[in-house]
Design a protein around this ligand. Structure first.
Ligand code: ATP
Ligand code: MG
Length: 262
């Protein structure tokens, strides 16, 4: 369970550039919840993920993960149980290493090195199987350098690396925004499968309102550092893109058409 209570993040406190990016925000996620987060530019979505991941300093409030207060825990410690993806498909993988080497690196993170030949072979089999599940043919290119892959293939690999050792939390920040619509759909499908298979508690930021309502089981609508609305169950099911636009308008926010349609 992820419990966020009265979270506030103020950048450049006490200066002329002071900016309250997250403003007294509270919500709770149950285990295996897959929440999508929408909101106009500057609403505080990335800041919220940053506060959870630990690269953004929290000004006040608390973040509890399964009862453990991680509000001020070092980012590298949280990285052992948090998987994170960004918009840029080039982030998260090492271009001059092979698919297999990238996966090995991710798999050994936070564990003792397993250097035995037997276990290495076992790992390789596991990687081939995991890649095959993506349906992108990566299993036939295990010795290829990652720099040769397309953006979509690379993002799928990053997703695999982030979830190979099931994380307690998965944070996705517009992770399909830089991909073409067909590839974006494919990566969304892969994301959904991985998240469901392992029951990973997931927070996914997107500007694509259609995807936000289609994937996951809850949608958090953010505006100016606050939660405007949490959509779930019937209300979410019956929600249309037009309804979401009205919500934004009521908060004085707006989204461009291109943003909405991804
Ligand atoms: N490191 C920082 N220093 C100062 N201000 C920041 C910093 N990071 C973010 N902000 C400000 O905090 C507010 C929230 O930014 P954030 O990046 O969280 O928005 P967002 O909802 O992710 O927007 P987008 O949809 O454009 O990605 C913005 O006004 C932004 O300018
Ligand atoms: Mg952002």
């Amino acid at each position: 369970m992820l419990e966020i209570s009265h979270l506030t993040v103020t950048f450049n406190q006490g200066t002329v550039n002071e900016k309250k990016a997250i403003d007294d925000l509270s919500f709770t996620l149950n285990d295996s919840d897959f929440v999508t987060i929408i909101g106009s530019n500057g609403a505080g979505k990335s800041t919220l993920l940053g506060a959870i991941a630990g690269n953004v300093e929290v000004s006040s409030g608390t973040i509890l993960n399964n009862g453990f207060d991680m509000t001020h825990e070092a980012e590298h410690k949280r990285a052992q149980y948090i998987g994170r993806l960004y918009q840029d498909p080039l982030k998260g993988t090492a271009p001059h290493m092979t698919i297999e080497e990238n996966l090995e690196l991710a798999y050994s993170r936070g564990r003792r090195m397993r250097l035995g030949l037997g276990s290495r072979k076992e790992d390789e089999k596991l990687f081939v199987k995991a890649c095959a599940k993506l349906g992108l043919g990566l299993e036939d290119r295990m010795k290829s350098e990652v720099g040769l892959l397309s953006g979509g293939q690379r993002q799928a690999l990053t997703l695999l690396m982030a979830t190979l050792q099931t994380p307690e939390l998965l944070l996705l920040d517009e992770h399909t925004a830089a991909l073409d619509p067909v590839t974006s759909d494919k990566i969304m499908g892969i994301t959904q499968n991985i998240v469901k298979e392992h029951g990973i508690t997931t927070l996914m930021v997107t500007h694509n309102v259609e995807n936000a309502l289609r994937y996951g089981n809850k949608t958090l609508v953010m505006s100016q550092g606050k939660i405007l609305k949490i959509l779930e169950k019937e209300e979410r099911k019956n929600m249309t893109i037009t309804d979401v636009m009205k919500l934004y308008n009521s908060a004085g926010d707006s989204l461009s058409d291109t943003a909405v349609l991804g």
